[in-house]
Design a protein around this ligand. Structure first.
Ligand code: HEM
Ligand code: NAG
Ligand code: NAG
Length: 328
């Protein structure tokens, strides 16, 4: 009898702990807003659709915004914060200034979500769902997204400058930055496939066209017909620095595996893109993704899920921001 009783007690204590754990410890789960904000998925879907209808490039910009959020002190919506009195935000960090875009889209969706379910859904969860939706509406495959992230209380311009990868640094350095976020070389190769959509400004790759690493010549690994077309978009003058070129010259608004096909034919845009083909540790994977679009889609979803779980705040930590641009 006493055994049975204590067994029963243990079982109920166990289930009580399970029941309480999302509150006490905090965990992400797939159904986090199912009861508290059932319309969330539809609002996100419509918000992204409306944004892309006006500007197809916005899909790329929103995907990149999520990446830049997660790489700086984890996925905590820090990239969305404006400068506050006790810190400078990340919007003006070098990799972001005059480069990241899409803040208004997130703000609009946040307002819509706030009307349907006040003070319930974090900005960082909205951004994470928006990034997936942007990929799907550009022709990519969906992946399961855990929810329950909370918004951070600060941002760091300095951390953004130090932690975001530059297209001019070697693959080793980029890999190191991914590794410090728990991502491996395969994730670098797979997630770089995000460059199948969107655009880059001339200054981010211009040295490849005219004076590669001080040689006075163009990058010898750049396809010659792409070189001449890039030179006409980006003539060798400072005034061309902010002109745009598609990251994937074949299909710049479709989420497909053409990015990898480009790399195989020396037609990657950024040095950091083409470098994936120049290193034997990553070239094999590039070649596989160029041949097997479904493999790329599957692996991309898996790596995006990892990206979205970097350094998340859960439970009672952080907050649900009222406005994505400022802490409450
Ligand atoms: C591997 C290291 C990476 C480097 C060095 C890099 C660098 C860059 C650069 C220089 C641009 C152009 C920015 C501009 O001209 O203003 C860009 C654009 C973009 N990046 Fe990356 N990136 C990397 C990884 C990623 C990852 C992991 C993602 C997402 C998962 C991503 C998504 C994008 C997208 C979608 C664009 C186009 C944005 C637009 O058109 O608004 N990038 N990236
Ligand atoms: C539509 O896109 C353009 C950029 O292409 C932008 O300037 C404008 O604000 C957008 N309008 C809306 C309503 O989002
Ligand atoms: C790559 O990383 C090394 C070691 O952290 C650093 O000394 C070097 O300046 C970096 N290279 C570039 C081009 O950023």
């Amino acid at each position: 009898m006493s055994f049975k009783l204590s067994h029963c007690f243990t079982v109920s204590l166990f289930s009580l702990t399970l029941f309480l754990s999302p509150i006490t410890y905090g965990q992400l789960d797939y159904y986090f807003y199912d009861r508290t904000c059932p319309r969330l998925p539809m609002i996100v879907k419509f918000g992204v659709w409306a944004a892309l209808k006006n500007d197809t490039r916005m899909a790329a910009s929103l995907l990149r915004l999520h990446f830049h959020d997660c790489f700086v002190n984890g996925c905590d919506g820090s990239v969305l914060l404006d400068d506050m009195k006790d810190f400078k935000g990340e919007k003006n960090a070098l990799p972001n200034r005059n480069s990241v875009r899409g803040f208004e889209v997130i703000d609009t969706i946040k307002e819509e979500v706030g009307r349907a379910c006040p003070a319930t859904v974090s900005c960082v969860d909205i951004l994470t769902l928006v990034a997936r939706e942007a990929v799907v509406q550009s022709g990519g495959f969906p992946w399961p997204v855990l929810l329950g992230r909370r918004d951070g209380l600060m941002a760091s311009e300095k951390a953004a400058n130090e932690q975001l990868p530059s297209p001019l640094e070697p693959l080793e350095n980029i890999t190191a930055k991914f590794a410090s976020n728990g991502l491996d070389l395969k994730d670098v190769v797979v997630l770089s496939g995000a460059h199948t959509i969107g655009f880059a400004q001339c200054f981010t790759f211009k040295r490849r066209l005219f004076d590669f690493k001080g040689s006075g010549n163009p990058d010898p690994t750049l396809d010659s017909s792409l070189l001449s077309s890039l030179r006409s978009t980006c003539p060798n003058t400072d005034s061309s620095d902010s002109k745009l070129s598609p990251l994937d010259s074949a299909t710049s608004s479709t989420f497909d595996n053409a990015y990898y096909k480009n790399l195989v034919t020396n037609s990657g845009l950024l040095e950091s893109d083409q470098a994936l083909m120049g290193d034997p540790r990553s070239a094999g994977l590039v070649s596989s993704y160029s041949k097997y679009p479904f493999l790329f889609s599957k692996d991309f979803g898996e790596s995006m899920a990892k990206l979205g779980n970097i350094g998340v705040l859960t439970g009672q930590v952080g907050q649900i921001r009222k406005k994505c641009g400022s802490v409450n």
